[in-house]
Ligand binder design. Structure first.
Ligand code: ZN
Length: 238
Protein backbone atom coordinates (compact mmCIF):
# COMPACT_ATOMS: atom_id res chain seq x y z
CA UNK A 1 0.00 0.00 0.00
CA UNK A 2 1.23 3.50 -0.91
CA UNK A 3 0.77 5.95 1.91
CA UNK A 4 1.65 9.49 2.85
CA UNK A 5 2.45 10.89 6.27
CA UNK A 6 0.94 14.05 7.61
CA UNK A 7 2.45 15.87 10.56
CA UNK A 8 1.74 19.25 12.02
CA UNK A 9 3.71 21.01 14.68
CA UNK A 10 3.66 24.43 16.21
CA UNK A 11 7.33 25.41 16.06
CA UNK A 12 9.32 22.76 17.86
CA UNK A 13 11.68 20.92 15.51
CA UNK A 14 12.30 18.14 18.01
CA UNK A 15 8.60 17.43 18.20
CA UNK A 16 8.28 17.24 14.41
CA UNK A 17 11.16 14.84 14.16
CA UNK A 18 9.74 12.59 16.87
CA UNK A 19 6.33 12.47 15.22
CA UNK A 20 7.70 11.74 11.79
CA UNK A 21 10.17 9.12 13.03
CA UNK A 22 7.44 7.22 14.83
CA UNK A 23 5.09 7.41 11.87
CA UNK A 24 7.85 6.09 9.58
CA UNK A 25 8.56 3.20 11.91
CA UNK A 26 4.88 2.36 12.15
CA UNK A 27 4.50 2.41 8.35
CA UNK A 28 7.52 0.11 8.08
CA UNK A 29 6.06 -2.43 10.50
CA UNK A 30 2.83 -2.42 8.46
CA UNK A 31 4.74 -2.99 5.24
CA UNK A 32 3.51 0.30 3.79
CA UNK A 33 5.45 2.32 1.26
CA UNK A 34 5.71 6.04 2.09
CA UNK A 35 5.45 8.02 -1.14
CA UNK A 36 5.33 11.46 0.40
CA UNK A 37 5.66 13.26 3.74
CA UNK A 38 3.66 16.40 4.41
CA UNK A 39 4.59 18.52 7.39
CA UNK A 40 3.05 21.84 8.29
CA UNK A 41 4.48 24.15 10.88
CA UNK A 42 1.29 26.00 11.61
CA UNK A 43 -1.87 26.22 13.63
CA UNK A 44 -4.40 23.47 12.97
CA UNK A 45 -7.30 25.84 13.31
CA UNK A 46 -7.47 26.51 9.62
CA UNK A 47 -7.19 24.25 6.61
CA UNK A 48 -5.25 27.04 4.95
CA UNK A 49 -2.05 25.10 5.50
CA UNK A 50 0.24 24.67 2.53
CA UNK A 51 1.16 21.02 3.03
CA UNK A 52 -2.35 20.11 4.11
CA UNK A 53 -3.66 21.56 0.84
CA UNK A 54 -0.96 19.78 -1.17
CA UNK A 55 -1.97 16.54 0.52
CA UNK A 56 -5.58 16.91 -0.61
CA UNK A 57 -4.54 17.86 -4.15
CA UNK A 58 -2.45 14.67 -4.34
CA UNK A 59 -5.22 12.63 -2.70
CA UNK A 60 -7.63 13.79 -5.42
CA UNK A 61 -5.21 12.27 -7.94
CA UNK A 62 -4.94 9.08 -5.87
CA UNK A 63 -1.19 9.44 -5.52
CA UNK A 64 -1.43 7.29 -2.39
CA UNK A 65 -3.97 4.92 -0.85
CA UNK A 66 -3.89 6.10 2.74
CA UNK A 67 -2.99 9.09 4.89
CA UNK A 68 -1.26 8.29 8.16
CA UNK A 69 -1.38 11.11 10.67
CA UNK A 70 -0.25 11.47 14.24
CA UNK A 71 -3.62 12.25 15.80
CA UNK A 72 -6.86 13.90 14.87
CA UNK A 73 -5.84 17.12 16.63
CA UNK A 74 -2.71 17.20 14.48
CA UNK A 75 -4.71 16.57 11.34
CA UNK A 76 -7.25 19.30 11.95
CA UNK A 77 -8.37 21.50 14.78
CA UNK A 78 -11.05 23.34 12.90
CA UNK A 79 -13.81 21.63 14.82
CA UNK A 80 -15.47 18.26 14.46
CA UNK A 81 -17.60 19.25 11.49
CA UNK A 82 -14.70 20.45 9.37
CA UNK A 83 -12.56 17.51 10.43
CA UNK A 84 -15.31 15.12 9.45
CA UNK A 85 -15.60 16.84 6.10
CA UNK A 86 -11.87 16.37 5.48
CA UNK A 87 -12.09 12.66 6.31
CA UNK A 88 -15.12 12.30 4.05
CA UNK A 89 -13.32 14.12 1.26
CA UNK A 90 -10.48 11.60 1.50
CA UNK A 91 -12.97 8.73 1.50
CA UNK A 92 -14.64 10.28 -1.54
CA UNK A 93 -11.27 10.18 -3.33
CA UNK A 94 -10.94 6.53 -2.41
CA UNK A 95 -8.11 7.36 0.00
CA UNK A 96 -8.12 5.84 3.48
CA UNK A 97 -6.88 7.36 6.71
CA UNK A 98 -5.28 6.12 9.86
CA UNK A 99 -4.51 7.89 13.09
CA UNK A 100 -1.35 6.71 14.81
CA UNK A 101 -2.41 7.64 18.34
CA UNK A 102 -6.13 6.87 17.94
CA UNK A 103 -6.30 3.32 16.67
CA UNK A 104 -10.07 3.39 16.25
CA UNK A 105 -9.64 6.13 13.64
CA UNK A 106 -8.88 3.73 10.86
CA UNK A 107 -10.73 3.77 7.54
CA UNK A 108 -9.91 0.07 7.17
CA UNK A 109 -10.85 -0.82 10.73
CA UNK A 110 -14.05 -2.49 11.83
CA UNK A 111 -15.24 0.54 13.81
CA UNK A 112 -14.94 2.83 10.82
CA UNK A 113 -18.65 3.41 10.24
CA UNK A 114 -19.38 3.70 13.95
CA UNK A 115 -16.61 6.26 14.41
CA UNK A 116 -17.77 8.28 11.42
CA UNK A 117 -21.36 8.37 12.67
CA UNK A 118 -20.24 9.30 16.18
CA UNK A 119 -18.16 12.11 14.73
CA UNK A 120 -21.19 13.23 12.72
CA UNK A 121 -23.36 13.35 15.85
CA UNK A 122 -20.69 15.29 17.77
CA UNK A 123 -20.33 17.65 14.83
CA UNK A 124 -24.06 18.31 14.82
CA UNK A 125 -24.14 18.90 18.57
CA UNK A 126 -21.11 21.12 18.33
CA UNK A 127 -22.90 23.22 15.71
CA UNK A 128 -25.97 23.55 17.92
CA UNK A 129 -23.82 24.36 20.95
CA UNK A 130 -21.88 27.02 19.04
CA UNK A 131 -25.02 28.47 17.50
CA UNK A 132 -26.11 31.84 18.76
CA UNK A 133 -29.64 33.17 19.23
CA UNK A 134 -30.97 35.33 16.44
CA UNK A 135 -34.39 36.45 17.60
CA UNK A 136 -36.19 33.23 18.44
CA UNK A 137 -33.93 31.23 16.16
CA UNK A 138 -30.36 29.96 16.17
CA UNK A 139 -27.60 31.00 13.86
CA UNK A 140 -23.91 30.53 13.16
CA UNK A 141 -21.75 32.38 15.71
CA UNK A 142 -19.40 33.99 13.19
CA UNK A 143 -19.93 37.66 12.49
CA UNK A 144 -20.19 39.02 8.96
CA UNK A 145 -17.69 41.75 9.63
CA UNK A 146 -14.99 39.26 10.71
CA UNK A 147 -15.64 37.25 7.57
CA UNK A 148 -15.47 40.41 5.49
CA UNK A 149 -12.14 41.44 7.01
CA UNK A 150 -10.78 37.99 6.24
CA UNK A 151 -11.97 38.16 2.63
CA UNK A 152 -10.32 41.53 2.18
CA UNK A 153 -7.12 40.39 3.82
CA UNK A 154 -6.98 37.37 1.49
CA UNK A 155 -7.59 39.61 -1.48
CA UNK A 156 -10.86 37.84 -2.32
CA UNK A 157 -12.69 41.14 -2.50
CA UNK A 158 -11.42 44.52 -3.57
CA UNK A 159 -10.03 46.64 -0.76
CA UNK A 160 -11.88 49.56 -2.32
CA UNK A 161 -15.23 47.94 -1.68
CA UNK A 162 -17.13 49.01 1.39
CA UNK A 163 -18.66 46.46 3.71
CA UNK A 164 -22.11 48.06 3.23
CA UNK A 165 -21.92 47.63 -0.54
CA UNK A 166 -22.05 43.87 -0.25
CA UNK A 167 -25.51 42.36 0.26
CA UNK A 168 -25.54 40.03 3.26
CA UNK A 169 -27.70 37.39 4.78
CA UNK A 170 -27.63 34.39 7.05
CA UNK A 171 -29.39 31.12 7.59
CA UNK A 172 -31.15 30.69 10.92
CA UNK A 173 -32.86 27.68 12.38
CA UNK A 174 -36.20 28.09 14.10
CA UNK A 175 -36.45 25.31 16.65
CA UNK A 176 -40.13 25.86 17.39
CA UNK A 177 -41.19 25.76 13.76
CA UNK A 178 -38.43 23.25 13.03
CA UNK A 179 -37.64 25.15 9.91
CA UNK A 180 -34.76 27.04 8.36
CA UNK A 181 -35.10 30.67 7.36
CA UNK A 182 -32.85 32.25 4.83
CA UNK A 183 -32.66 35.86 6.00
CA UNK A 184 -31.08 38.04 3.38
CA UNK A 185 -30.84 41.37 1.70
CA UNK A 186 -33.47 42.05 -0.99
CA UNK A 187 -30.72 42.15 -3.61
CA UNK A 188 -30.02 38.50 -2.82
CA UNK A 189 -33.62 37.34 -2.53
CA UNK A 190 -34.49 38.89 -5.90
CA UNK A 191 -32.00 36.61 -7.64
CA UNK A 192 -33.48 33.13 -8.04
CA UNK A 193 -30.19 31.64 -9.22
CA UNK A 194 -28.32 33.05 -6.22
CA UNK A 195 -30.96 31.77 -3.80
CA UNK A 196 -30.86 28.34 -5.46
CA UNK A 197 -27.05 28.33 -5.15
CA UNK A 198 -27.23 29.16 -1.44
CA UNK A 199 -29.88 26.48 -0.84
CA UNK A 200 -27.72 23.91 -2.53
CA UNK A 201 -24.43 24.93 -0.91
CA UNK A 202 -25.99 24.87 2.56
CA UNK A 203 -28.05 21.72 1.99
CA UNK A 204 -31.24 23.55 2.90
CA UNK A 205 -34.55 21.68 2.68
CA UNK A 206 -37.27 22.81 0.25
CA UNK A 207 -39.49 24.17 3.02
CA UNK A 208 -36.88 26.82 3.93
CA UNK A 209 -38.56 30.21 4.11
CA UNK A 210 -37.05 33.30 2.53
CA UNK A 211 -37.20 36.47 4.55
CA UNK A 212 -35.55 39.80 4.97
CA UNK A 213 -35.35 42.22 7.85
CA UNK A 214 -34.06 45.71 8.51
CA UNK A 215 -30.69 44.33 9.44
CA UNK A 216 -29.96 43.20 5.89
CA UNK A 217 -29.89 46.30 3.77
CA UNK A 218 -26.94 46.96 1.61
CA UNK A 219 -25.91 50.39 0.47
CA UNK A 220 -27.96 50.06 -2.74
CA UNK A 221 -31.10 48.95 -0.92
CA UNK A 222 -30.76 51.87 1.46
CA UNK A 223 -30.32 54.25 -1.43
CA UNK A 224 -33.53 52.96 -3.04
CA UNK A 225 -35.41 53.40 0.21
CA UNK A 226 -33.94 56.87 0.58
CA UNK A 227 -34.99 57.82 -2.96
CA UNK A 228 -38.49 56.50 -2.42
CA UNK A 229 -38.84 58.44 0.81
CA UNK A 230 -37.54 61.56 -0.80
CA UNK A 231 -40.09 61.26 -3.60
CA UNK A 232 -42.66 60.81 -0.91
CA UNK A 233 -41.50 63.90 0.93
CA UNK A 234 -41.61 66.05 -2.17
CA UNK A 235 -44.82 65.05 -3.93
CA UNK A 236 -45.34 68.49 -5.48
CA UNK A 237 -41.78 69.07 -6.54
CA UNK A 238 -41.81 69.59 -10.29
ZN1 ZN B 1 -29.42 45.19 -1.10
Amino acid sequence: MRICLYGRVSTDRQETQNQITQLREFAFTQGWKIVREYVDVASGKSSDRQQFKALFAAAAKREFDLVLFWGLDRFSREGVFETLKHLQTLTGYGVGFRSFTEQYLDSCGMFRDAVISILAVIAKQERVRLAEPYGAALTHPASHIDHWIRLQRNGEVSKAMEYEEQPRGRVVYDGREQRFHLMADRCILRRRDVVAGIMEAMHLPDDTTLATDDHYRCFWCLQQIFNRERQHDEPDAE
